[in-house]
Write a protein that binds this ligand. Structure first.
Ligand code: SF4
Length: 227
């Protein structure tokens, strides 16, 4: 929403990417912009290049930003909370669009988000951070179905269950410690239902749990454990 410059047209902002990153002439750049706008689902793309961001809806602006990100055919896209401000319908459209664009253009993406539902739909691999440190990583399906770190378990349990609408929402108790003054031992210990004496003494290293999953925990969950 705020990535686009309100005083330049959408076309100017798209063109800038190609001017800086390619040797295309003006005509070829314009064709590439029209083609990319169409590929992200914006109709009458040739006319819309001369429009300003305020003439687009929120979902369309999001599409324009994705188009700008894809224009120079990057091999890696870093998307930081790309759908946070969008309603669920637009969010779903944008996620499908990003997935298709990545597959079509042969790019990879690092998706940064707090939304595990989005991650489980989009990512092949997940890395979970707590207090700026990796506490678990692995293949998406393994990690969602059998998390080894209690923080990952807590995040998964916090996702509202639509089949159980009247149940109390689960949450991870407590708050994140001040990262300027982290406690000794495991950073998660004050919130962890599995904490023991060792957790207050030594910070756990990231260790393999199986061939494709790592967790930084002295007492990791085993498949089938609930907490
Ligand atoms: S090391 Fe201890 S406190 Fe930290 S997550 Fe594991 S069990 Fe919990």
């Amino acid at each position: 929403m705020t990535s686009l410059n309100p005083v330049h047209t959408v076309g100017q902002q798209m063109d800038e990417v190609l001017r800086l990153h390619t040797d295309l002439d003006a005509e070829a750049r314009r064709s590439a912009c029209v083609e990319m706008l169409e590929s992200v689902g914006i109709s009458r793309a040739a006319n819309r290049l001369s429009a300003y961001p305020h003439q687009f809806s929120g979902g369309m602006r999001q599409r324009v930003v994705i188009a700008i990100a894809m224009l120079a055919r990057p091999r890696l896209i870093i998307a930081d909370e790309p759908t946070t401000a969008l309603d669920v319908t637009i969010q779903s459209q944008i996620l499908k669009l990003m997935r298709r664009q990545i597959a079509d253009k042969g790019a990879s993406m690092i998706l940064i988000t707090h939304d595990l539902a989005v991650v489980s739909e989009m990512a092949d691999h997940i890395t979970v951070l707590y207090c700026g440190k990796v506490v678990e990583r692995g293949r998406t399906r393994d990690l969602i179905e059998a998390p080894a770190h209690p923080y990952t378990r807590g995040l998964i349990d916090s996702i509202p269950d639509p089949a159980n609408r009247h149940a109390r929402l689960k949450q991870i108790p407590g708050t994140v410690p001040d990262i300027r003054n982290l406690p000794k031992g495991c950073n998660f210990r004050d919130r962890c239902p599995r904490a023991q004496a060792l957790c207050a003494e030594t910070e756990p290293d990231l260790r393999p749990q199986n061939a494709a999953q790592w967790a930084a925990c002295h007492y990791p969950l085993q498949p089938g454990d609930s907490a």
